[in-house]
Design a protein around this ligand. Sequence first.
Ligand code: GDP
Ligand code: IMO
Ligand code: MG
Length: 423
Amino acid sequence: MSVSILVGSQWGDEGKGKIVDILSEKYNIVARYQGGANAGHTVEIGDQKYILHLIPSGILREDVICVIGNGVVIDPKALLDEIAILEKNNIKIDGRLFISHNAHLIMPYHKLLDSISESGQNKIGTTGRGIGPCYIDKYARKGIRIVDLLDKERLAKKIRENLVEKNTLLKKVYEHSELDVEEIIKEYTEFDKIIDKYIKDTPLYLNHAISEGKSILLEGAQGALLDIDHGTYPFVTSSSPTSGGACTGSGISPNKIDSVVGIVKAYTTRVGNGPFPTELLDEDGETLRKVGAEFGATTGRPRRCGWFDAFLTKYSTMINGIDYAAITKLDVLSGFDNIKVCVGYEYNGKALKAFPNDVNQLECVKPIYETLPGWKQDISGARNYDELPSETRDYLDFMAKYCGFEISIVSVGPKRSETIVLK
Ligand code: GDP
Ligand code: IMO
Ligand code: MG
């Protein structure tokens, strides 16, 4: 059976949740490998809309087992809230969800430090979920992990040690009141009672599953341009959403990966700060935001909108090794007379040969556009490729040819049914 990685190819919110839900029908296991509750993955089934932050979107298919991998940072409160919402909707969680013992915990001081650093200058525009500060502690080898919840004394010791440093920082540097150590210890010692049953050595579990012939879909959060190494640093998240991160974040080796599926929105959006060459600050941008309902699934912030940046997506295709693309939100482009696609950047009067992920350069580039004819028809009812207008098919062909991927899925609406499966 197969192991596939599903990645966001742009700046997140490409529609990963919807496509994971579609694909998970064919997989035994869906595993998240990075990020945390900064993600907001929407799945619409009938009239019901689910927004998943930590739990893989495969949870909505009752035969699928879900794994939160070692690369994810977990806010236990956010996790329990999410479990409660799903259970209220009669979705069974017990026996279907496993959490890596090595995943790091988001602590109250991570969220506080995230909000304090965002209140100063040089804002990233984070989701405020404590993601950056938690990964800082992970890499500084000071982090507290899921496994620590199982040993109350060790947990209390680690919290105390961390609080000495964090409270000094809060008081001396940020002139903020100190956090109550005992309160945090009390709060976190309670979590194991509920989370205990989900904890597993997930790399071992996933590798056993592969040897038993089970299929696994690795669900990425965020997108390639938010990757800590390959994105528009420093306006990125603090993990590796690109396909390479899927191996580290799950414990599955690269030679077990069969394919990479990139989720590609038919235009471009971004939430938070940072350069965005094809951003539209005019009526067209407003139309994309309105028709595409481009408001953050986690924070509710309006998303910045712009034309499809093929130059950027080609770069993302290279970094991720995207074999197949799922094109999403194609219906949103219906109605435009003409549609522009960015096929390069001009910098200091010259066309750049490669995508620059240096933000100083990226902030100064001018997009080079190719204009394609639009289509007026509503395409949300199309269920076959042949039912799409010829202009729409030409647009898809252009995307595939320019970026160098094969299109396997075309999404024409948020619902499960509004999907054209090509391969
Ligand atoms: P994710 O973070 O990549 O999972 O994406 P989000 O859920 O944050 O944002 C995608 C939004 O677009 C959600 O509201 C989806 O319900 C919606 N969506 C997904 N695919 C389509 C589509 O093909 N057409 C339209 N109109 N909406 C879509
Ligand atoms: P999904 O999985 C879009 C952005 C934030 C900010 C930057 C850093 O739903 O696609 P962080 O809180 O991670 O430290 O914020 O990354 N960001 C996202 N943008 N979709 C997401 O997730 C995002 N997760 C983080 O807006 O610019
Ligand atoms: Mg999202």
